[in-house]
Design a protein around this ligand. Structure first.
Ligand SMILES: Cc1cc2nc3c(=O)[nH]c(=O)nc-3n(C[C@H](O)[C@H](O)[C@H](O)COP(=O)(O)O)c2cc1C
Length: 219
């Protein structure tokens, strides 16, 4: 398990862990993850979230059928027709696709799902996804594998009915959780110089202090 106080190490190694062991996750660990979720910011501190924790195999199986369909009929073919991620190689893209397909076929076997929900019309999720990220980081810190998934929303109404989400509420993700089969490793992301601009759109963030206009003022 990572040192829970090494936040940056946890952030850099919180990858999607799509191959999970079926062994149950203790309520104590789930409580820690869920509490981390409820520590997140929300607009006006309204804490609009409700978290449906699904461990019942029959409910997972019923909703997983829609996830599987979404992958095999829509998302899998779309990814296969497209190119790899900007920082990836064809090989790493193939590995990601294989892992995503594995998850699609086995998501119901994950011992627990956390389904973050919010009442009212479907919104941007801006008050939900901070809680989701907190939970992903907390899971990683505890040695639990997790993946933020949304592709089941292709069959939103059917999947939400299968999960028993009441009228007036929407789910924003399914997060399958369990002990990972593989190892945590560093995430693969583009360097800051490619994605950060310095004052002016298109001006690359400098590699060293002193490169930007603000530096002259000690900023
Ligand atoms: C909004 C969102 C939706 C996602 N939906 C899915 C999904 O439905 N299924 C899946 O396997 N991964 C899903 N992912 C995970 C991404 O594919 C993954 O984070 C990305 O490939 C980077 O890989 P990494 O998390 O291992 O670094 C989703 C991620 C985000 C942020």
């Amino acid at each position: 398990m990572a040192d829970v106080f090494d936040l940056f190490e946890i952030i850099r190694t919180t990858r999607s862990m799509r191959r999970l062991k079926p062994e149950p996750v203790s309520k104590a660990l789930l409580d820690t993850v869920l509490e981390a979720g409820t520590c997140a910011a929300s607009g006006g501190n309204q804490q609009p979230w409700r978290f449906l924790v699904i461990r019942d195999p029959a409910i997972k199986a019923a909703a997983a059928a829609y996830y599987r369909r979404g992958w095999h009929e829509v998302v899998g073919p779309r990814y296969r027709a497209g190119g790899s991620a900007p920082t990836g190689t064809p090989e790493s893209f193939e590995r990601m696709l294989a892992a995503a397909e594995h998850l699609a076929d086995h998501i119901h076997e994950a011992p627990v799902w956390i389904v973050p929900c919010q009442g009212g019309p479907r919104g941007s999720g801006a008050s939900i996804f901070p809680a989701v990220q907190n939970m992903l980081l907390a899971a990683r810190a505890l040695g639990l594998g997790a993946t933020l998934t949304t592709l089941y929303l292709i069959h939103e109404a059917e999947a939400e009915a299968a999960m028993g989400i009441p009228q007036g509420y929407h789910s924003y993700a399914i997060i399958p959780l369990g002990m990972p089969r593989g190892k945590f490793g560093p995430v693969r992301r583009a360097p800051l110089a490619e994605v950060v601009f310095d004052n002016t759109w298109g001006t690359a963030w400098p590699a060293t202090e002193g490169g930007g206009p603000g530096a002259a003022n000690g900023l």
